[in-house]
Design a protein around this ligand. Sequence first.
Ligand SMILES: Nc1ncnc2c1ncn2[C@@H]1O[C@H](COP(=O)(O)OP(=O)(O)OP(=O)(O)O)[C@@H](O)[C@H]1O
Length: 296
Amino acid sequence: METVLEVRGARHKYGATQALDGVDLDVAAGECVALLGPNGAGKTTLVNQVIGLLPAGDGEVRVCGGDPRVAATRRRLGVVQQALGFPNTLKVSELVTGAAVRAGKPRAAAGPVMAELDLTELAGRRASKLSGGQKQRLQLAMALVGDPRLLVLDEPTAGLDVPARRRFWQILAERRERGTGVLLTTHIIEESSAVADRVVVLDRGRVLAGGTPDELVARLPDRTVIARTGLGLERLQALPGVVSLRTDGEHVRLGTRAPEALLRVLLAEDPGLTDLRVEGAGLEEAVAGLIERGAA
Ligand SMILES: Nc1ncnc2c1ncn2[C@@H]1O[C@H](COP(=O)(O)OP(=O)(O)OP(=O)(O)O)[C@@H](O)[C@H]1O
């Protein structure tokens, strides 16, 4: 299988902060790799190296075998990144057409991509007048119109409602079938569990763990304790053995490697606890557990 992204020994320092400390990463054609990790792990720094905004230091970044700091290589890349933005004074159709031309495609390539992303009716609108979700779809249209070999998506579904999110992943699945590789960062871990072939967990500039979502979950004996409780989130977070905490409707989900001890404390502290159950860890709990252990 052709490799569309190859990162070897990526390092980056901001002053005294070692943001990346020797990261290796590959994405094959058609593959979706999710880059996960806590705030400050180095995800944005790595993404910026992959899209050519930052030099690779003494490491190496190759997109389809080329250096992403070179314009010809960047044409093979599609990027959706909140920070990139676009000139708000231009109209939707002008922006998508401009992106097509920059990628070496005919102007006519813009129409079908705008239709694919439900932007046709908004073609004459200024980008500044779009809602957050519409801007997100515009960014994706601009990324896809060049028919990229590698798509780099940084929090791509932030601001999208549920139908738009579903449509987004559907469009991506079609592109992947045609061989486009995807590097994705997201804080919605359960989403990566559904869409990614592989997950790479980054922490303090290093790769902590990598594998399919199922492999990562299987590496840990962790469990998820789910309940309805009157205890506050701060108290729950401080309970012994809790490695992750998430609310899910009226329930809380506590990731732990010692479910029996946690259950005893929970029941003692909240006699009104209801709907209690214990499940295997999901990807979210597994990633939190791996980070807590600093597992390699
Ligand atoms: N421009 C900068 N100047 C100085 N330090 C920086 C700069 N950008 C990032 N850092 C530091 O580098 C480290 C990695 O940051 P980075 O933004 O890559 O992490 P991240 O994984 O994307 O985090 P988040 O999930 O919060 O977006 C952090 O310690 C951060 O404080």
